[in-house]
Design a protein around this ligand. Structure first.
Ligand SMILES: Cc1ncc(COP(=O)(O)O)c(C=O)c1O
Length: 409
């Protein structure tokens, strides 16, 4: 599955010294960008078409319908040619006027980014800071919503910096009883975790392509509820490139206001077809099961996962480095010696944790590979681990949770 990451073009010089074909193979376990399936890579080589053509309209409309299925929504939805941060900015710039009150729920690095965008756009931001490594405290949110009339609540569904997932159903229920819109950053969860946009009453949900959607970076998406549209109509949007009104005006034609990333949209078609063919339930089950295997493996190595089990993310696991081990040294060894890429800690977790991404185009043996690499890294750094212990724990779990379907062929 990592075939797409293998470099096929090398010169004889590349073969000199200690570089070998096997050493050119890389394994991407960062929480985005994630590995891209060969079907998606191939789809992106199709000839580019004009974005004002009928062919483009058919492609775009079809993509919106498929994406709505993954979002589990009938709300309007737009596919954008920018990264997820742009979509977060779009959600805020079109719904909140300067000086209006916003409640920002901060559980880690990416929630801080949402907070920063709101502040830069001139909102009057009330911040509820929760300890990094835990979820949003719903009672505190409820109290705040009772005390103040907010225009928007900002939440990071899956906090990629800590590996914690928040309860969107509960937050949706709380917010829907107020005038506030619920703005959801689902960048590292959509396509890997169950998000029932309509049932949970989520007003604006944003995501980006390079995570569970199995694409290269460059696309994002946003869904807009009818409650959100009412607000958009009253809001003096301070943006041109991210104007929701401009997107809305052209959606009936199947066009986008600005030139879209056509090649990536071909890739999105292939990726969404893969997700829908597997079936959403199965996709979510796969992510849960693989994440459980990662956590079981880490525990068997005596390592501690940052997130408590009940709010552990299905797409990324942050792990405390054991006493005496610098996680960045561990990552350097994995990268330089084994070609295995994992991420480090962000903000207050920098130098304390490493993060193992397991979303999108992932299967059992990716988890085994990642865990085996961590074991080798820890052994190399002088930490007494029993090689194979983490792998064995993951294998046990995977073996006992096999699906009914089996593989093709
Ligand atoms: C939870 C979360 N929000 C936002 C972002 C930012 O998305 P992008 O890098 O696509 O702008 C990321 C990226 O890692 C993320 O994980």
């Amino acid at each position: 599955m990592f075939g797409a990451r293998v470099f096929c073009f090398f010169s004889l010089n590349d073969m000199e010294g200690d570089r070998t074909v096997a050493k050119d193979k890389e394994y991407l376990f960062i929480p985005g960008p994630t590995p891209v399936p060969p079907q998606v890579m191939t789809a992106m080589t199709k000839p580019i078409i004009g974005h004002r053509s009928g062919e483009f309209s058919r492609l775009y409309r079809d993509l919106v319908k498929k994406m709505q299925k993954v979002y589990q929504t009938e709300n309007d939805l737009f596919i954008l040619s920018n990264s997820g941060t742009g979509a977060m900015e779009m959600a805020l710039a079109n719904t909140v006027n300067p000086g209006e009150k916003v409640l920002s729920l901060v559980t880690g690095h990416f929630a801080q980014r949402f907070n920063r965008i709101a502040t830069v756009l001139g909102a009057d931001v009330d911040t509820l800071d929760f300890p990094w490594g835990g979820p949003v405290d719903l009672d505190m949110v409820e109290n705040k919503l009772r005390q103040e009339n907010y225009r928007a609540v900002l939440v990071t569904h899956n906090e990629t910096s800590t590996g914690v997932i928040n309860d969107l159903a509960a937050l949706g229920q709380l917010t829907a009883q107020t005038d506030a819109l619920l703005l959801v950053d689902a960048v590292s969860s959509l396509g890997g975790a169950d998000i029932k946009t309509d049932e949970y009453q989520l007003d604006l949900v944003v995501t980006s392509s390079q995570k569970a959607l199995m694409l290269p970076p460059g696309l994002a998406a946003i869904s807009v509820s009818s409650k959100a549209w009412e607000r958009v109509e009253k809001c003096k949007a301070r943006t041109v490139y991210f104007s929701l009104a401009d997107y809305r005006q052209l959606i009936a034609k199947g066009h986008t206001p600005w030139t879209p990333a056509v090649g990536l949209l071909y890739g999105l078609e292939a990726a969404l077809d893969m997700i829908l063919a597997e079936g959403l339930e199965e996709v979510f089950r796969r992510h849960q099961r693989l994440a459980q295997a990662v956590r079981a493996g880490m525990r068997a190595l005596g390592l501690k996962v940052v997130a408590p089990e009940e709010c552990a993310s299905p797409t990324v696991t942050a792990v405390w480095a054991p006493e005496g081990v610098n996680p960045d040294e561990l990552r350097r060894f994995l990268r330089e010696e084994l070609g295995v890429y994992m991420s480090g800690g962000k903000g207050s977790l920098a130098g304390k944790v490493f993060r193992f991404g397991h979303m999108g185009y992932v299967g059992e043996f990716d988890i085994i590979t990642g865990l085996a690499a961590v074991e080798m890294g820890l052994a190399k750094l002088g930490r007494g681990v029993q090689l194979g212990a983490g792998v064995a724990a993951a294998q046990e779990l995977l073996l006992h949770t096999l699906g009914k379907g089996g593989r093709k062929g």
